[in-house]
Design a protein around this ligand. Structure first.
Ligand code: FBP
Length: 548
């Protein structure tokens, strides 16, 4: 592999860790825990892993030398910067407990465990990937690990490789499944511990004990750099409104963090749209008003940030999508037989009156996407809907109406962008490099302490790394019961943007000023070297959440 100059220099970076992890550690156990809701139901489903205490690792003078403990690792779901450092941290941590322990990576996600596809990760391989972005060391995948057959199939290869612990690096669903697996292996006395690590750029796997999911920091910094560049471009040319969609599936954490970093003229927060029961037209009117207000000051340019999951948070769109899903599930063949230019009218004729009116108001392209792009379960793939184009087009139409009515006299030209994949494999920021390595090292300490059903937790991360607190949180503690595919299931509760939380409140208190003025902030590219106040900054979200 030809390496860039940055990659070569970055390979030498030594991630910072909580002070306690540098030598031998001992575990301090807190009080027994319970799930955040539905305690009785969750307890019944996890008789062996429910109620365990929160753990904290503290320095110890005792020398530990544990027996050989081979460990398996799985990267699950979408890429997030820092995954390689989690694996490096596990590797170094496990070797510190016994140098003869081995690490095996299961290839291309949880599917690798089921299909027995794996690779031993030796020190040469690990060294090639330290502080790099991507998940390419072993690949990732979205196979769900959830059935007994899969668990048993996995156990065969774990036994063959004498693996005593499995670390699943994934988001809320993967960690839920990791916990189900931990419970199952404990119930059948399989002798395999299961530990989770919190991953996802979306930032929606967080709670009292998990401050943030790894990758969120780097991805937001990458997007904010480019948003800042666009802001500067639009403030230079003064002729475009830029509509920028940001990845993040459902929660708007990424859009909010980027807004906090770059102070755009407008940022939609899906959770607020839902809480205010806003329609698509309400959102379009709000943006058009911002455009008109700026135009009145001679500023025919601006930036709008749009969270990827917006469509599903607009209550009326949610109802429309649900009716479309049901209708097409039963009439797909009939729909396929309709001539291309008749399809739109066919849908309008067959929807309920209210939904037909909403559908009719949508621009052609989006209406088509709602009926065409469906996943294997028959659901609309909302992430493929080009909301940035939809809003740019609808705002343009609204302004044209206002112009006719003499209510607006500015000029409106738009550009659209979608930032997502370009942030998922960036070289991890110092924050993510340190956080991930610490998460991995903590996972190794949890394994060394014989724990299962825990998620690796590193807290107090707005302080310098030596003051970070490493420990473990029982996964059952984060669970509640939710309806999934028509059945009540125990799942880790997804963290959406809290409208009464400090990051949103800060945004809400400033957004009017940012809408009218041109108060852009240009964060520039991630800095891997240099003064700590430039290169070691955590996200604004985290700082505000921790009152800093
Ligand atoms: P994870 O939750 O698995 O980390 O995935 C995050 C994400 O990047 C979302 O933001 C996005 O909607 C989705 O993955 C895209 O998935 P894919 O890589 O399959 O296109």
């Amino acid at each position: 592999m030809t390496k860039s100059a940055l990659q070569v220099a970055r390979a030498a970076y030594k991630p910072k860790m909580p002070k306690a992890l540098y030598g031998s550690v001992k575990v301090e156990e807190g009080a027994a825990t319970q799930s955040i809701a539905d305690q009785e139901e969750v307890k019944k489903l996890f008789p062996n892993t429910y109620g365990m205490p929160i753990l904290k690792f503290v320095e110890s003078s005792e020398k530990v030398n544990l027996p050989v403990m081979n460990v398996g690792v799985i990267l699950s779901g979408g890429q997030a910067p820092g995954g390689h450092n989690v694996i490096a941290g596990i590797f170094d941590g496990i070797k510190s407990l016994n140098k003869d322990s081995k690490i095996y990576g299961f290839l291309m996600g949880p599917g690798g465990l089921i299909d027995h596809k794996y690779q031993e990760l030796t020190s040469d391989i690990i060294d090639e990937y330290r502080n790099t972005g991507g998940f390419d060391i072993i690949g990732s995948g979205r196979t769900k690990l959830e059935t007994k057959e899969q668990f048993d199939k996995g156990l065969e290869i774990l036994k063959k490789l004498d693996i005593k612990a499995l670390v699943i690096i994934g988001g809320d669903d993967s960690n839920t499944n990791a916990c189900v697996l931990a419970e199952y292996y404990k119930a059948i006395n399989a002798g395999v511990q299961v530990i989770g690590c919190p991953k996802t750029i979306d930032g929606d796997l967080k709670n009292e004990m998990i401050e943030t999911s790894f990758g969120f920091d780097t991805a937001c910094k990458v997007y904010s750099e480019v948003i800042g560049n666009i802001e500067r471009d639009c403030n230079s040319a003064r002729k475009y409104w830029h509509f920028i969609k940001l990845m993040g599936r459902s929660a708007s954490h990424i859009a909010l963090e980027c807004a906090l970093q770059t102070q755009p003229n407008f940022c939609i927060i899906s959770e607020e749209v839902e809480a205010k029961n806003q329609s698509l037209d309400d959102i379009v009117t709000e943006i058009a008003t911002a455009v008109a207000n700026r135009a009145a000051n001679g500023n025919n340019f601006g930036t709008v940030l749009i969270p990827e999951g917006l469509i599903e948070f607009i209550p009326a769109m949610k109802i429309l999508i649900s009716e479309l899903n049901d209708f097409l599930a039963h009439h797909q063949d009939e729909f396929n037989a309709v001539a291309k230019d008749e399809k739109r009218q066919y849908i309008i004729r067959n929807l309920s009156e209210k939904n037909a009116a909403i559908y009719e108001s949508l621009p052609e392209g989006v209406a088509r996407q709602l009926t065409l792009d469906r996943d294997p379960h028959g659901n609309v793939q909302v992430s493929l809907i080009e909301t940035e184009k939809l809003l740019a087009e609808m705002v343009g139409n609204k302004l044209a109406e206002w112009k006719k009515a003499g209510k607006y006299s500015g000029k409106f030209a738009s550009q659209v962008h979608f930032f997502g994949y370009e942030g998922r494999c960036a070289a991890p920021s110092n924050y993510d490099a340190d956080y991930c390595y610490s998460l991995g090292y903590t996972a190794a300490a949890l394994i060394g302490s014989g724990k299962t059903g825990y998620m690796s937790s590193v807290r107090n991360t707005t302080a310098p790394a030596d003051q970070w607190i490493a420990g473990g949180v029982p996964v059952t503690m984060m669970m509640n019961m939710e309806r999934r595919h028509g059945e009540m299931k125990p799942v880790i509760q997804k963290a959406l943007v809290k409208l009464d939380g400090a990051p949103f409140k800060f945004f809400a208190a400033n957004r009017e000023k940012w809408a009218v003025g041109t108060e852009y902030v240009y964060p520039g590219p991630i800095q891997y070297f240099g003064p700590s106040e430039v290169s070691d900054q955590p996200t604004v979200t985290l700082k505000l959440e921790q009152g800093k």
